[in-house]
Write a protein that binds this ligand. Structure first.
Ligand code: 2M8
Length: 430
Protein backbone atom coordinates (compact mmCIF):
# COMPACT_ATOMS: atom_id res chain seq x y z
CA UNK A 1 0.00 0.00 0.00
CA UNK A 2 1.25 3.47 -0.92
CA UNK A 3 2.33 5.55 2.01
CA UNK A 4 1.65 9.21 1.37
CA UNK A 5 2.87 11.70 3.92
CA UNK A 6 1.55 15.24 3.85
CA UNK A 7 3.11 17.08 0.90
CA UNK A 8 4.96 14.00 -0.22
CA UNK A 9 4.76 12.07 -3.46
CA UNK A 10 3.75 8.43 -3.29
CA UNK A 11 6.63 5.95 -3.27
CA UNK A 12 5.95 4.79 -6.83
CA UNK A 13 6.20 8.38 -8.11
CA UNK A 14 9.48 8.97 -6.30
CA UNK A 15 10.88 5.81 -7.88
CA UNK A 16 9.61 6.70 -11.35
CA UNK A 17 10.97 10.26 -11.21
CA UNK A 18 14.35 9.20 -9.83
CA UNK A 19 14.83 6.39 -12.32
CA UNK A 20 13.92 8.69 -15.20
CA UNK A 21 16.48 11.28 -14.08
CA UNK A 22 19.28 8.71 -13.80
CA UNK A 23 18.42 7.22 -17.18
CA UNK A 24 18.28 10.64 -18.84
CA UNK A 25 21.61 11.65 -17.32
CA UNK A 26 23.20 8.33 -18.33
CA UNK A 27 25.78 9.10 -21.01
CA UNK A 28 26.85 5.48 -21.47
CA UNK A 29 28.68 3.96 -18.51
CA UNK A 30 28.71 7.20 -16.55
CA UNK A 31 26.06 9.55 -15.23
CA UNK A 32 26.43 13.30 -15.54
CA UNK A 33 25.25 15.29 -12.48
CA UNK A 34 22.89 17.50 -14.53
CA UNK A 35 22.37 18.45 -18.14
CA UNK A 36 24.02 21.69 -19.28
CA UNK A 37 25.47 22.73 -15.92
CA UNK A 38 27.65 19.65 -15.30
CA UNK A 39 28.15 17.64 -18.53
CA UNK A 40 31.00 15.32 -17.46
CA UNK A 41 31.61 12.54 -14.93
CA UNK A 42 32.20 13.93 -11.44
CA UNK A 43 33.93 11.72 -8.92
CA UNK A 44 31.83 11.77 -5.75
CA UNK A 45 28.63 12.35 -7.71
CA UNK A 46 29.26 9.10 -9.58
CA UNK A 47 29.99 7.10 -6.46
CA UNK A 48 26.82 8.35 -4.77
CA UNK A 49 24.77 7.88 -7.90
CA UNK A 50 26.03 4.28 -8.23
CA UNK A 51 24.22 3.47 -4.97
CA UNK A 52 21.04 4.82 -6.53
CA UNK A 53 21.52 2.77 -9.69
CA UNK A 54 22.04 -0.31 -7.53
CA UNK A 55 18.49 0.01 -6.24
CA UNK A 56 17.12 -0.99 -9.65
CA UNK A 57 20.02 -1.94 -11.98
CA UNK A 58 23.03 -3.42 -10.20
CA UNK A 59 25.03 -4.05 -13.37
CA UNK A 60 24.74 -0.38 -14.27
CA UNK A 61 25.90 0.58 -10.76
CA UNK A 62 29.12 -1.42 -11.15
CA UNK A 63 29.67 0.09 -14.57
CA UNK A 64 29.48 3.60 -13.07
CA UNK A 65 32.34 2.85 -10.67
CA UNK A 66 34.37 0.92 -13.24
CA UNK A 67 34.16 3.86 -15.64
CA UNK A 68 35.30 6.24 -12.91
CA UNK A 69 38.29 4.06 -12.07
CA UNK A 70 39.24 3.69 -15.72
CA UNK A 71 40.47 7.29 -15.38
CA UNK A 72 42.65 6.59 -12.33
CA UNK A 73 46.10 8.16 -12.55
CA UNK A 74 49.30 6.13 -12.44
CA UNK A 75 50.01 7.47 -8.94
CA UNK A 76 46.63 6.25 -7.66
CA UNK A 77 44.68 9.50 -7.69
CA UNK A 78 41.15 9.37 -9.04
CA UNK A 79 40.36 12.75 -10.59
CA UNK A 80 37.50 15.02 -9.62
CA UNK A 81 36.13 15.27 -13.16
CA UNK A 82 36.65 12.89 -16.08
CA UNK A 83 36.17 14.54 -19.48
CA UNK A 84 34.88 11.59 -21.49
CA UNK A 85 33.77 13.68 -24.44
CA UNK A 86 34.15 17.27 -25.57
CA UNK A 87 31.47 19.71 -24.43
CA UNK A 88 31.27 23.46 -24.57
CA UNK A 89 28.76 24.09 -21.77
CA UNK A 90 31.20 23.85 -18.82
CA UNK A 91 34.20 25.87 -17.70
CA UNK A 92 36.99 25.02 -16.91
CA UNK A 93 37.10 22.04 -19.27
CA UNK A 94 39.90 19.82 -20.60
CA UNK A 95 41.67 22.58 -22.53
CA UNK A 96 42.17 24.58 -19.39
CA UNK A 97 43.12 21.68 -17.13
CA UNK A 98 45.44 19.92 -19.59
CA UNK A 99 45.59 16.89 -17.33
CA UNK A 100 44.78 13.21 -17.29
CA UNK A 101 46.03 9.65 -17.40
CA UNK A 102 47.41 7.96 -20.51
CA UNK A 103 43.85 7.13 -21.56
CA UNK A 104 41.59 9.82 -20.11
CA UNK A 105 41.48 13.56 -20.00
CA UNK A 106 40.59 14.85 -16.53
CA UNK A 107 41.14 17.51 -13.92
CA UNK A 108 44.32 17.33 -11.84
CA UNK A 109 42.71 17.27 -8.40
CA UNK A 110 40.48 14.79 -6.55
CA UNK A 111 37.24 14.78 -4.53
CA UNK A 112 35.95 13.11 -1.33
CA UNK A 113 36.53 9.35 -1.82
CA UNK A 114 33.01 7.91 -1.64
CA UNK A 115 33.64 4.92 -3.97
CA UNK A 116 34.53 2.28 -1.35
CA UNK A 117 31.40 3.18 0.62
CA UNK A 118 29.40 2.64 -2.50
CA UNK A 119 31.06 -0.71 -3.27
CA UNK A 120 30.14 -2.06 0.16
CA UNK A 121 26.54 -0.85 -0.16
CA UNK A 122 26.17 -2.47 -3.57
CA UNK A 123 27.64 -5.79 -2.40
CA UNK A 124 25.44 -5.82 0.70
CA UNK A 125 22.32 -5.09 -1.30
CA UNK A 126 23.10 -7.53 -4.09
CA UNK A 127 20.88 -10.50 -4.88
CA UNK A 128 23.95 -12.40 -6.07
CA UNK A 129 26.67 -11.82 -3.52
CA UNK A 130 29.26 -14.01 -5.20
CA UNK A 131 29.00 -12.19 -8.50
CA UNK A 132 28.98 -8.84 -6.70
CA UNK A 133 32.13 -9.77 -4.79
CA UNK A 134 33.84 -10.62 -8.07
CA UNK A 135 33.11 -7.11 -9.40
CA UNK A 136 34.21 -5.65 -6.06
CA UNK A 137 37.42 -7.72 -6.08
CA UNK A 138 38.42 -6.19 -9.42
CA UNK A 139 37.99 -2.70 -7.96
CA UNK A 140 39.69 -3.53 -4.66
CA UNK A 141 43.35 -2.91 -5.67
CA UNK A 142 42.34 0.34 -7.33
CA UNK A 143 40.55 1.50 -4.21
CA UNK A 144 43.59 0.58 -2.12
CA UNK A 145 45.85 2.60 -4.42
CA UNK A 146 43.58 5.63 -4.24
CA UNK A 147 43.34 5.55 -0.44
CA UNK A 148 47.11 4.99 -0.18
CA UNK A 149 47.59 8.02 -2.43
CA UNK A 150 45.56 10.09 0.05
CA UNK A 151 47.77 9.02 2.91
CA UNK A 152 51.08 9.50 1.11
CA UNK A 153 50.41 12.48 -1.17
CA UNK A 154 48.11 14.37 1.16
CA UNK A 155 49.42 13.52 4.61
CA UNK A 156 53.18 13.33 4.09
CA UNK A 157 53.78 14.80 7.54
CA UNK A 158 51.65 12.21 9.36
CA UNK A 159 49.03 14.54 10.88
CA UNK A 160 46.34 11.88 10.64
CA UNK A 161 44.29 14.22 8.46
CA UNK A 162 44.62 14.48 4.69
CA UNK A 163 45.02 17.85 3.02
CA UNK A 164 42.62 19.40 0.55
CA UNK A 165 44.39 21.77 -1.81
CA UNK A 166 41.50 23.32 -3.74
CA UNK A 167 37.94 24.22 -2.71
CA UNK A 168 36.74 22.10 -5.67
CA UNK A 169 38.39 19.09 -4.05
CA UNK A 170 36.23 19.55 -0.96
CA UNK A 171 33.04 19.32 -3.04
CA UNK A 172 31.72 22.23 -0.94
CA UNK A 173 33.32 24.82 -3.18
CA UNK A 174 32.23 28.18 -1.76
CA UNK A 175 31.57 27.04 1.81
CA UNK A 176 32.22 29.75 4.41
CA UNK A 177 34.73 27.22 5.78
CA UNK A 178 37.11 28.36 3.03
CA UNK A 179 36.57 32.13 3.16
CA UNK A 180 39.69 33.09 5.10
CA UNK A 181 41.97 30.43 3.59
CA UNK A 182 40.86 31.35 0.08
CA UNK A 183 41.12 35.11 0.66
CA UNK A 184 44.79 34.52 1.50
CA UNK A 185 45.37 33.11 -2.00
CA UNK A 186 46.79 35.92 -4.17
CA UNK A 187 45.13 36.31 -7.57
CA UNK A 188 47.67 35.79 -10.35
CA UNK A 189 47.44 37.51 -13.74
CA UNK A 190 45.47 34.59 -15.19
CA UNK A 191 44.17 34.43 -18.79
CA UNK A 192 40.73 36.01 -19.23
CA UNK A 193 37.88 33.51 -18.90
CA UNK A 194 34.12 33.24 -19.25
CA UNK A 195 32.12 31.47 -16.56
CA UNK A 196 29.65 29.07 -18.14
CA UNK A 197 27.83 28.30 -14.88
CA UNK A 198 26.17 31.71 -14.96
CA UNK A 199 24.58 30.84 -18.28
CA UNK A 200 22.70 27.99 -16.57
CA UNK A 201 21.99 29.25 -13.06
CA UNK A 202 21.23 32.61 -11.39
CA UNK A 203 24.43 34.23 -10.10
CA UNK A 204 22.80 34.62 -6.64
CA UNK A 205 23.03 30.82 -6.31
CA UNK A 206 26.68 30.47 -7.28
CA UNK A 207 30.16 31.35 -6.03
CA UNK A 208 31.32 34.94 -6.54
CA UNK A 209 33.87 36.21 -9.03
CA UNK A 210 36.57 36.75 -6.38
CA UNK A 211 36.26 33.04 -5.54
CA UNK A 212 36.45 31.94 -9.18
CA UNK A 213 39.57 34.07 -9.75
CA UNK A 214 41.24 32.17 -6.93
CA UNK A 215 39.93 28.77 -8.08
CA UNK A 216 41.54 29.51 -11.44
CA UNK A 217 44.75 30.84 -9.92
CA UNK A 218 45.16 27.57 -8.03
CA UNK A 219 44.42 25.57 -11.17
CA UNK A 220 47.09 27.39 -13.21
CA UNK A 221 49.66 27.08 -10.44
CA UNK A 222 49.00 23.34 -10.14
CA UNK A 223 49.15 22.97 -13.92
CA UNK A 224 52.52 24.74 -14.00
CA UNK A 225 54.09 21.93 -11.94
CA UNK A 226 52.34 19.18 -13.91
CA UNK A 227 50.07 18.35 -10.94
CA UNK A 228 53.00 16.63 -9.24
CA UNK A 229 51.56 15.68 -5.83
CA UNK A 230 54.84 16.07 -3.94
CA UNK A 231 55.19 19.65 -5.15
CA UNK A 232 51.51 20.54 -4.81
CA UNK A 233 51.37 19.75 -1.12
CA UNK A 234 54.21 22.16 -0.37
CA UNK A 235 53.49 24.95 -2.83
CA UNK A 236 49.70 25.26 -2.70
CA UNK A 237 48.67 28.58 -1.09
CA UNK A 238 45.46 26.81 -0.01
CA UNK A 239 45.83 23.77 2.25
CA UNK A 240 43.18 22.69 4.70
CA UNK A 241 42.11 19.64 6.69
CA UNK A 242 38.55 19.40 5.45
CA UNK A 243 36.27 17.72 7.95
CA UNK A 244 34.03 16.36 5.15
CA UNK A 245 36.84 14.81 3.07
CA UNK A 246 38.43 13.30 6.15
CA UNK A 247 35.09 11.89 7.37
CA UNK A 248 34.33 10.37 3.98
CA UNK A 249 37.84 8.91 3.81
CA UNK A 250 37.52 7.42 7.30
CA UNK A 251 34.19 5.82 6.49
CA UNK A 252 35.53 4.65 3.13
CA UNK A 253 38.49 3.05 4.90
CA UNK A 254 36.17 1.21 7.26
CA UNK A 255 34.16 -0.06 4.32
CA UNK A 256 37.30 -0.99 2.42
CA UNK A 257 38.48 -2.91 5.49
CA UNK A 258 35.17 -4.78 5.46
CA UNK A 259 35.73 -5.64 1.81
CA UNK A 260 39.31 -6.74 2.49
CA UNK A 261 37.97 -9.19 5.07
CA UNK A 262 35.43 -10.57 2.59
CA UNK A 263 38.24 -11.06 0.09
CA UNK A 264 40.75 -12.48 2.61
CA UNK A 265 43.16 -9.65 1.92
CA UNK A 266 44.83 -9.82 5.33
CA UNK A 267 47.77 -7.56 4.63
CA UNK A 268 45.44 -4.86 3.37
CA UNK A 269 43.45 -5.09 6.62
CA UNK A 270 46.60 -4.27 8.61
CA UNK A 271 47.46 -1.40 6.30
CA UNK A 272 43.96 0.08 6.58
CA UNK A 273 44.02 -0.35 10.35
CA UNK A 274 47.11 1.83 10.51
CA UNK A 275 45.35 4.54 8.45
CA UNK A 276 42.31 4.42 10.72
CA UNK A 277 44.37 4.66 13.86
CA UNK A 278 46.27 7.66 12.57
CA UNK A 279 43.06 9.38 11.52
CA UNK A 280 41.38 8.91 14.91
CA UNK A 281 44.12 11.01 16.49
CA UNK A 282 43.69 13.58 13.73
CA UNK A 283 39.96 13.98 14.33
CA UNK A 284 40.61 14.80 17.99
CA UNK A 285 42.22 18.05 16.86
CA UNK A 286 39.06 19.09 14.97
CA UNK A 287 36.55 18.70 17.81
CA UNK A 288 35.13 21.92 19.25
CA UNK A 289 33.34 20.90 22.43
CA UNK A 290 32.06 24.37 23.27
CA UNK A 291 30.29 24.70 19.90
CA UNK A 292 29.27 21.03 19.74
CA UNK A 293 30.64 20.45 16.25
CA UNK A 294 33.74 19.29 14.38
CA UNK A 295 35.59 21.98 12.45
CA UNK A 296 38.00 22.09 9.55
CA UNK A 297 41.51 23.39 9.98
CA UNK A 298 43.69 25.70 7.95
CA UNK A 299 46.94 23.73 7.71
CA UNK A 300 48.95 26.77 6.63
CA UNK A 301 48.09 28.87 9.67
CA UNK A 302 47.27 26.07 12.09
CA UNK A 303 43.96 27.73 12.98
CA UNK A 304 40.72 25.86 13.52
CA UNK A 305 38.29 27.41 11.05
CA UNK A 306 35.47 29.25 12.86
CA UNK A 307 32.71 28.57 10.27
CA UNK A 308 30.42 25.76 11.47
CA UNK A 309 29.01 23.84 8.49
CA UNK A 310 27.03 20.67 7.93
CA UNK A 311 30.36 19.04 7.06
CA UNK A 312 31.05 19.24 10.79
CA UNK A 313 28.38 16.59 11.39
CA UNK A 314 29.95 14.07 9.03
CA UNK A 315 32.24 12.43 11.60
CA UNK A 316 28.92 10.76 12.58
CA UNK A 317 28.90 9.16 9.13
CA UNK A 318 32.50 8.14 9.65
CA UNK A 319 31.73 6.54 13.02
CA UNK A 320 34.43 8.60 14.71
CA UNK A 321 32.76 10.24 17.76
CA UNK A 322 31.99 8.55 21.07
CA UNK A 323 28.29 8.06 21.81
CA UNK A 324 28.39 11.06 24.15
CA UNK A 325 29.88 13.25 21.49
CA UNK A 326 27.40 11.92 18.94
CA UNK A 327 24.59 13.12 21.23
CA UNK A 328 26.16 16.56 21.38
CA UNK A 329 26.29 16.61 17.57
CA UNK A 330 22.66 15.49 17.40
CA UNK A 331 21.70 18.39 19.69
CA UNK A 332 23.49 20.84 17.41
CA UNK A 333 21.69 19.40 14.36
CA UNK A 334 18.33 19.72 16.18
CA UNK A 335 19.07 23.31 17.08
CA UNK A 336 19.88 24.17 13.46
CA UNK A 337 16.80 22.28 12.28
CA UNK A 338 14.58 24.21 14.70
CA UNK A 339 15.74 27.53 13.35
CA UNK A 340 14.83 26.84 9.70
CA UNK A 341 11.88 25.10 8.07
CA UNK A 342 13.81 22.35 6.31
CA UNK A 343 16.86 20.58 7.70
CA UNK A 344 19.85 20.37 7.44
CA UNK A 345 21.18 23.76 6.32
CA UNK A 346 24.75 23.56 5.03
CA UNK A 347 25.84 26.44 7.23
CA UNK A 348 24.98 27.62 10.74
CA UNK A 349 21.75 29.64 10.28
CA UNK A 350 22.73 31.84 13.25
CA UNK A 351 25.92 33.01 11.52
CA UNK A 352 25.79 36.42 9.80
CA UNK A 353 27.30 34.89 6.67
CA UNK A 354 24.40 32.44 6.27
CA UNK A 355 22.84 32.73 2.77
CA UNK A 356 19.88 30.39 2.24
CA UNK A 357 20.16 30.38 -1.55
CA UNK A 358 23.86 30.51 -2.29
CA UNK A 359 25.15 27.04 -3.02
CA UNK A 360 27.28 25.74 -0.11
CA UNK A 361 26.61 28.74 2.15
CA UNK A 362 23.25 27.71 3.57
CA UNK A 363 21.09 25.54 1.28
CA UNK A 364 20.07 21.95 2.09
CA UNK A 365 21.84 19.23 0.09
CA UNK A 366 20.26 15.77 -0.21
CA UNK A 367 23.65 14.01 -0.27
CA UNK A 368 24.79 15.61 2.96
CA UNK A 369 21.44 14.74 4.52
CA UNK A 370 21.91 11.15 3.44
CA UNK A 371 25.32 10.97 5.08
CA UNK A 372 24.07 12.70 8.23
CA UNK A 373 21.06 10.41 8.55
CA UNK A 374 23.15 7.30 7.97
CA UNK A 375 25.41 8.49 10.80
CA UNK A 376 22.54 9.44 13.11
CA UNK A 377 20.93 6.04 12.63
CA UNK A 378 24.16 4.21 13.40
CA UNK A 379 24.29 6.03 16.75
CA UNK A 380 20.61 5.30 17.47
CA UNK A 381 19.29 8.84 16.86
CA UNK A 382 16.41 7.52 14.79
CA UNK A 383 13.87 10.25 15.45
CA UNK A 384 16.16 13.00 14.31
CA UNK A 385 17.21 10.95 11.27
CA UNK A 386 13.54 10.48 10.33
CA UNK A 387 12.97 14.21 10.62
CA UNK A 388 15.81 14.97 8.22
CA UNK A 389 14.61 12.31 5.79
CA UNK A 390 11.04 13.64 5.95
CA UNK A 391 12.26 17.16 5.25
CA UNK A 392 14.28 16.02 2.24
CA UNK A 393 11.31 14.05 0.90
CA UNK A 394 9.06 17.05 1.24
CA UNK A 395 11.58 19.25 -0.53
CA UNK A 396 12.09 16.88 -3.43
CA UNK A 397 8.38 16.08 -3.69
CA UNK A 398 7.14 19.63 -3.69
CA UNK A 399 9.99 21.51 -5.37
CA UNK A 400 11.56 18.86 -7.62
CA UNK A 401 14.84 16.97 -7.74
CA UNK A 402 17.03 20.05 -7.48
CA UNK A 403 20.73 20.36 -6.79
CA UNK A 404 20.02 22.08 -3.45
CA UNK A 405 17.16 23.76 -1.57
CA UNK A 406 16.46 26.93 0.35
CA UNK A 407 16.08 25.77 3.99
CA UNK A 408 13.67 28.59 4.78
CA UNK A 409 11.08 28.50 1.99
CA UNK A 410 11.95 25.14 0.42
CA UNK A 411 12.55 26.49 -3.10
CA UNK A 412 14.70 24.30 -5.32
CA UNK A 413 17.93 25.93 -6.53
CA UNK A 414 20.89 25.27 -8.84
CA UNK A 415 20.43 22.57 -11.47
CA UNK A 416 17.19 20.60 -11.80
CA UNK A 417 16.74 16.87 -12.48
CA UNK A 418 19.89 16.32 -10.48
CA UNK A 419 21.39 12.84 -10.43
CA UNK A 420 22.61 12.61 -6.85
CA UNK A 421 19.40 14.08 -5.48
CA UNK A 422 17.46 11.40 -7.38
CA UNK A 423 19.85 8.70 -6.18
CA UNK A 424 19.45 9.71 -2.53
CA UNK A 425 15.66 9.57 -2.85
CA UNK A 426 16.01 5.97 -4.01
CA UNK A 427 18.37 5.18 -1.15
CA UNK A 428 15.83 6.32 1.41
CA UNK A 429 13.15 3.98 0.12
CA UNK A 430 14.71 0.75 1.33
C1 2M8 B 1 29.87 21.43 -7.74
O1 2M8 B 1 31.20 21.72 -8.14
C2 2M8 B 1 31.59 22.02 -9.49
C3 2M8 B 1 33.12 21.99 -9.52
O2 2M8 B 1 33.56 20.70 -9.21
C4 2M8 B 1 31.11 23.36 -9.99
O3 2M8 B 1 30.46 24.11 -9.26
O4 2M8 B 1 31.37 23.66 -11.15
C5 2M8 B 1 29.94 20.94 -6.29
O5 2M8 B 1 28.68 20.95 -5.70
C6 2M8 B 1 30.55 19.55 -6.23
O6 2M8 B 1 30.45 19.02 -4.94
C7 2M8 B 1 29.86 18.60 -7.21
O7 2M8 B 1 30.56 17.39 -7.24
C8 2M8 B 1 29.77 19.19 -8.62
C9 2M8 B 1 28.88 18.35 -9.54
O8 2M8 B 1 27.63 18.09 -8.94
O9 2M8 B 1 29.23 20.51 -8.58
Amino acid sequence: KEQVEADNLPRSDIIARSVTILRENDFGGYTIPAKGLYPYQWNWDSALVAMGWAMFDEARAWEELETLFSAQWADGMVPHIVFHRPCSTYFPGPDTWQAGSSTHSSTGITQPPVAAISVRKIVEGSGNREAALRRAAALFPKLMRWHRWFVTARDPEGRGLVATLHPWESGMDNSPMWDEALAAVPVDPIPPYVRKDLGHVDSAMRPKQAEYDRYLTLLYRFRAVGYDPAQLYHMSPFRVSDVCTNSVLYRANRDLRWLALQLNETEAVFEIDSWLERARAGFETLWDGSAGIYRSQNQLTGTLIPAATSGGFLPLFAGVPSTDRASVLADTISRWADSVRYSVPSFDPADVRFEPLRYWRGPVWAIVNWMITDGLRSYGHHKLAERVIRDTRTLTSSSGMYEYFNPIDGAGAGGNNFSWTAAMCLMWLD
